[in-house]
Design a protein. Structure first.
Length: 317
């Protein structure tokens, strides 16, 4: 059994050395590390070059800056290992994560392994559970069970999961779009595979100022709402079930939350743009779901909906 650890690199000079060293400290000869410099403009390239003579490290240079999704896709095309683990270059592999991951894969031969992670906020570490259910057993993804678990936990990130290469062979990260992990998790959910849960952290996820989540503009809005409308449409393809209403509930809540954040940021023009462009679609989701929700969820949505109406009225929208 072999595993390829794929690391896209772009302007992470302060973090990438720690990332690579945390992996090299754990892996054995079953693992290879593939790193691609996505035309970084800081000294990330010089830092990763220090590892070029390591026998388990391969370094590649993108011809120009293509973005995270394109770089992951390019690394995947190069990798020939049985399993694939996408790790971001500003994160850290958690202590003993590699051995635990490989042990569970050898035992269960899972197609997808899901694990917990630790959120790193400055020096503060907060453990995050990324799965609901029993650990150390395989579950077959039928009728979107995998996606249901992802939705309940908001565990859309790919770096807390390890994938059998053949399962994701025809799944690509959507290039040019933000929220690529949400889209990727949605696309893989249509496939049939066995997945298991490793009940321990495998990644220290670094929450950084200046990340995409801190910037709100039209592209952020369009990509964010597309990611969730894409999820609704894919779920419909897989077949609606009693959990479909929970998806609509969560999706509509995200839309209202975005409107609320734009209002709090006093981004009135962007608030108006978002409401005018997307309200008909998301209101149709509300109409589809509201009658079938439990009373407490109805109250939550109706309260938030009235709050947004008051905000829009105050701003003359």
């Amino acid at each position: 059994m072999t595993i390829g650890i794929l690391i896209p690199v772009y302007n992470v000079a302060d973090y990438v050395e720690e990332c690579i060293e945390s992996i090299l400290a754990q892996i054995d000869n079953r693992a290879s590390i593939l790193i691609m410099n996505d035309a970084a403009t800081d000294n990330s390239a010089e830092i990763i070059k220090r590892f070029e003579n390591h026998p388990q490290v391969q370094i590649f240079d993108a011809p120009y800056n293509r973005g995270l999704s394109a770089t992951r896709n390019a690394l995947f095309d190069i990798a020939q290992t049985e399993y694939i683990w996408f790790i971001d270059s500003d994160d850290v592999m958690y202590e003993d994560a590699y051995t635990s991951v490989m042990t569970q894969l050898e035992k269960l031969s899972s197609d997808v392994l899901c694990a917990d992670y630790v959120s790193l906020r400055g020096t503060k570490e907060v453990r995050k559970k990324a799965f609901i259910g029993e650990a150390n057993k395989n579950t077959v993804n039928i009728h979107s069970e995998f996606l249901d678990n992802v939705i309940k936990n908001n565990s859309n990130h790919v770096w807390s999961k390890v994938f059998r290469r053949t399962v994701i062979q025809d799944i690509r990260f959507k290039e040019g779009l933000n929220f690529e992990d949400i889209l990727y998790m949605t696309d893989i959910s249509l496939k049939s595979f066995q997945y298991s849960y490793l009940k321990q952290p495998v990644i220290k996820y670094r929450e950084r100022e200046g990340s995409i989540l801190k910037s709100l503009d039209k592209k952020y809005v369009d990509d964010y709402l597309f990611a969730f409308s894409h999820r609704v449409e894919n779920y419909q393809k897989a077949g609606k079930n009693n959990r479909y209403h929970y998806l609509l509930y969560k999706t509509y809540k995200r839309y209202l939350g975005l409107l609320s954040n734009l209002a709090k940021n006093n981004q009135t023009d962007l608030l108006e743009y978002t409401y005018n462009k997307y309200n008909n679609y998301f209101s149709s989701l509300y109409s589809d779901v509201i009658k079938d929700l439990p009373i407490h969820k109805k109250i939550i949505l109706r309260t938030k909906r009235y709050e947004i109406k008051d905000i829009l009225k105050d701003k003359g929208i």
